[in-house]
Design a protein around this ligand. Structure first.
Ligand code: NDX
Length: 255
């Protein structure tokens, strides 16, 4: 396969535009899954959360992993391939094979699952294709400030994201689907601690790889889960009279 810069640019612009569309839609009403799904939906229209998240996130891991494996000759030596493998696939390995298997969420709507899978195929292809076939870095990129600060930011965000998802999971016993006030970690300051971590993580990846597709994905993430954090925050304020008043929606002490 050859690198097609115009394809990469077109797919990145489309990703950014989808993010902007979701921002407009989600500011008015959040995506209807989890606590924002008012009715559980018909039994045939939903899947157990673990199964749904596994299927939805799998393409984000599988598509770039397959592109890497099919690369001819198949080698990890270029820095783009190593960054893709360590950071992007690392995140989605965790999300697909670890997060999905331990989560305790409510049944997930089939329709959103299908859109989610399509999105993950699209984004997995864009990030994988760019990093494997297009990305080129100077030999000393490892010592570049963008690389070091980006990797640190990525690890910092990933740490917050995983820790916050664990805190959420611990709020429920198996089979329980009720909502409680999240406590501890970054939840002390914001309602969307897991979302804050994920946003920081993908901006870190974008800075470390210094690539248009990665910035488009970071922007998409901000546009999709930023409003979701805002709606979670409003939900908590509505449901719990003792919800901590000093807690913000997404950014500690600010918003
Ligand atoms: N999946 C990213 N629309 C998305 C699914 C939906 O990973 O095209 C984007 C992702 C997809 C979306 C995906 C892409 C765009 C779609 C959208 C739907 C429509 C949209 C396809 C792919 C689209 C059109 C067609 C219009 C253009 O019962 P429960 O489930 O609520 O339980 C929850 C539990 N929990 C609590 N338990 C007890 N007490 C409480 N107070 C609780 N609060 C929550 O914790 C869950 O089991 C768990 C986490 O819940 P929540 O709501 O905090 O997070 P959630 O939204 O489920 O995300 C989970 C993780 C999180 O770390 C987040 O950062 C990450 O996934 N994520 C999520 C969404 C997108 C994304 C990352 C990204 O863009 N990078």
């Amino acid at each position: 396969m050859q690198c097609s810069p115009s394809l990469v640019l077109a797919l990145s612009i489309l990703l950014g535009a989808l993010g902007f569309l979701l921002l407009c839609l989600n500011l008015r009403a959040p995506a209807r899954y989890g606590k924002h799904q008012e009715k559980p939906g018909k039994p045939w229209a939903r899947l157990p959360a673990r199964c749904a998240w596994f299927l939805q996130e799998l393409p984000s891991f599988l598509v770039p992993a397959l592109l890497l494996a099919l690369r001819s000759p198949p080698r990890l030596e270029p820095l783009g391939c190593r960054l893709l493998c360590g950071m992007f696939c690392g995140h989605y390995f965790h999300r697909t094979f670890i997060y999905s298997f331990f989560m305790r969420g409510r049944p997930f709507p089939l329709q959103i699952l299908l859109f989610g899978m399509l999105f993950c195929i699209y984004n997995g292809f864009l990030q994988g294709y760019y990093m494997i076939y297009c990305a080129q870095y100077p030999k000393d990129w490892f010592t570049d400030f963008r690389f070091t600060s980006g990797v640190l930011l990525f690890l910092f965000g990933m740490g917050i994201n995983i820790h916050s998802d664990i805190l959420l999971r611990q709020l429920r016993k198996p089979g329980d689907h009720t909502y409680k006030i999240p406590q501890g970690g970054l939840f002390t300051y914001v309602s969307g601690a897991n979302f804050f971590g994920e946003i920081v993580e993908w901006f870190g990846y974008a800075i470390a790889t210094w690539s248009i597709p990665a910035f488009a994905f970071a922007l998409f993430t901000l546009c999709f889960i930023g409003p979701r954090a805002y709606h979670h925050h409003r939900y908590y304020l509505r449901m719990f009279t003792d919800y901590p008043k000093s807690r913000k929606a997404l950014i500690p002490f600010i918003f």
